[in-house]
Ligand binder design. Structure first.
Ligand code: F6P
Length: 547
């Protein structure tokens, strides 16, 4: 990766000047003066997806200057490096090769002198064989019954992705009941244990490192309960599986070698659904559908790698995000899916974006003096409309957002989907144009009928609130693969331009270490007084009720 300070590039300086010209320009004027704006600023992808960026506070000049920034930051070179397997995860000394997991071309990808594709294909075959056996009922539990429940035990990237995808693709789901347990909170475990029968349940211990506290404790407790019921350690072979890089650790836990699905350290946790971490996905929707997810991802990879930046969807979305985050000083980005199946999508993107680009040190080791990753949040529409949209329309904050919806519903009941999409289109329109559009173009009585000038002030929508619209034909495995990958590459692009390392996550370590030290104090009944007075005071209060 080239190590360049973004704010020192000519493009950044030009953008700064340009911002002064554009900061007060209203979207209404941009649209009124250019009837072709939608035509020029919307992009379709293989007749599956339409992305409209026209409702952004940008001109063609803004786009040109942002593209110059991508050029000045050597984005093209960075993309080639990632795909080639060069170690771009410098602080962990690893390549970043989740793209190899969906390499449908199956061309060689050489790492340390070896082609990694045969190993990837071997694990994919293993996933296929195993998922076929479970789904068909050929694989039996220890008492000879068919498997009906699958429990994924994992957290972070080993949970959020598989959970989000299995939910999003419920329309493709088979008879298996899927459960995900991540939290160390025993309430989650308690609730799970009410729902499953050990004789018909398999457990996937999904942990890249096989050391993560939450996953290991949950797995151990479940193993204990299982053995109480099954009463024979050998029965574990029919019920316990691991997805991990740490094969030896999984074996030590008691998992049979054949039940281990390998992962590699060049797959980042939050980018791992394409690997065996997606085993629960393959079990839930079958391998053929899982493979379609990979195909969608691959097609977006090809688009990202080969398309000129001025038509490159992830690159354009990334640049627009930087424009708001760094020039308009917006702090957040909202992800607003108008499809119940995508209800976990904001949470999923929250991890992949915030864990990747939530960094304040640049590649030089210096503290950055520009904004890096935004705060990602969101909720499924139309629920959000009756909650936080008030602030989006009339609050003091500018919140760029992505509206995502399928044209066709999997469950078309009466007029529901038409009403849903009417809301979807209405919101981006209202955010962008506020009352202005209707004052000029309609005689909506609710606007013109207001006598009281004072009250009118409260009913005023200033508009000029930007959004991207991502419109899909249907949420199917292929389209979901496209969508997830689009965001992965958006995040990558932003990381390159921020000049940070997007593929480590040192920021999660300190809390883990301190919690271990506090826990150790608890179990040794020590009160070591090495915390600040607030933390110590809270621990003392807790101790009063537990000792
Ligand atoms: O919270 C940090 C993290 O390392 C994530 O990046 C990762 O997805 C998660 O923990 C789980 O890690 P593992 O798969 O090793 O259990």
């Amino acid at each position: 990766m080239k190590n360049i300070t973004p704010i020192e590039t000519l493009a950044w300086k030009n953008l700064k000047n340009h911002f002064q010209d554009i900061k007060n320009v209203h979207l209404t004027d941009l649209f009124n003066t250019d009837q072709d704006r939608f035509k020029h600023l919307s992009f379709s992808f293989k007749d599956k997806l339409l992305v409209d960026i026209s409702k952004n506070r940008i001109t063609y000049k803004t786009v040109r200057l942002l593209l110059n920034l991508a050029h000045d930051m050597h984005l093209h070179e960075a993309i080639q490096k990632m795909f080639s397997g060069i170690s771009i995860n410098i602080t962990e000394n690893r390549p970043v090769l989740h793209t190899a997991l969906r390499n449908k071309l199956n061309n060689q990808i050489i790492l340390n002198g070896f082609d990694i594709m045969p190993e990837i294909n071997f694990v994919l075959d293993k996933i296929k064989i195993f998922s076929d056996q479970i789904i068909s009922g050929k694989w039996k539990g220890y008492s000879g019954k068919r498997i009906t429940n699958v429990v994924n035990i994992g957290i972070g990237g080993s949970d959020l992705g598989p959970k989000m995808v299995t939910d999003a693709l419920q329309a493709y789901k088979n008879h298996l009941n899927m459960f995900f347990i991540s939290n160390i909170d025993s309430t989650e475990l308690f609730q799970l244990l009410q729902k499953i029968d050990f004789e018909t349940t398999i457990f996937l211990i999904s942990s890249k490192t096989f050391t993560t506290q939450e996953t290991m404790i949950n797995a151990k407790t479940i193993k204990t309960y299982f053995l109480k019921k099954a009463d024979n350690i050998e029965h574990m072979d029919q019920h316990f599986f691991a997805v991990t890089t740490a094969v030896r650790k999984a074996e030590n836990f008691g998992i049979s070698k054949n039940n281990i699905f390998r992962l590699w350290d060049w797959v980042g946790g939050r980018y791992s659904i394409w690997s065996a971490m997606g085993l629960s996905i393959a079990l839930s929707i079958g391998f053929t559908n899982f493979d379609q997810l990979l195909t969608g991802a691959y097609d977006m990879d090809v688009h990202f790698k080969q398309t000129d930046f001025n038509k490159n969807i992830p690159v354009l979305l990334a640049l627009i995000g930087i424009w708001y985050n760094n020039f308009f000083n917006t702090e957040t980005e909202a992800i607003l899916p108008y499809d119940q199946y995508l209800h976990r999508f904001p949470e999923y993107i929250q991890q992949s974006n915030m864990e990747s680009n939530g960094k304040n040190i640049d590649q030089n080791g210096n503290r950055v003096c520009w904004q890096t990753g935004p705060i990602i949040w969101g909720a499924v529409g139309t629920n959000g409309q009756h909650s936080f949209y008030q602030l989006m329309h009339q609050g003091t904050k500018l919140i760029p957002c992505d509206f995502i919806a399928p044209i066709l519903s999997h469950n078309p009941i009466y007029n529901h989907h038409t009403v849903l999409l009417s809301n979807f289109f209405a919101q981006t329109h209202a955010l962008a144009f506020g009352n202005f559009f209707h004052k000029k173009n309609s005689n909506l009585s609710c606007i013109h009928g207001i006598k009281d000038q004072y009250i009118e002030k409260f009913k005023f929508f200033e508009g000029n609130r930007p959004s991207n619209t991502l419109l899909f034909k249907k949420i199917d495995p292929y389209s979901l693969g496209l969508l997830i990958t689009l965001y992965e590459h958006k995040i990558f692009t932003q990381g390159v331009i921020f000049n940070i390392f997007s593929f480590d996550q040192w920021g999660v370590e300190l809390g883990k270490q301190i919690s271990q030290s506090i826990y150790s104090d608890f179990i040794h009944d020590k009160c070591s007084l090495h915390y600040d007075v607030s933390t110590q005071g809270l621990i003392n209060y807790y101790n009063k009720y537990t000792k």
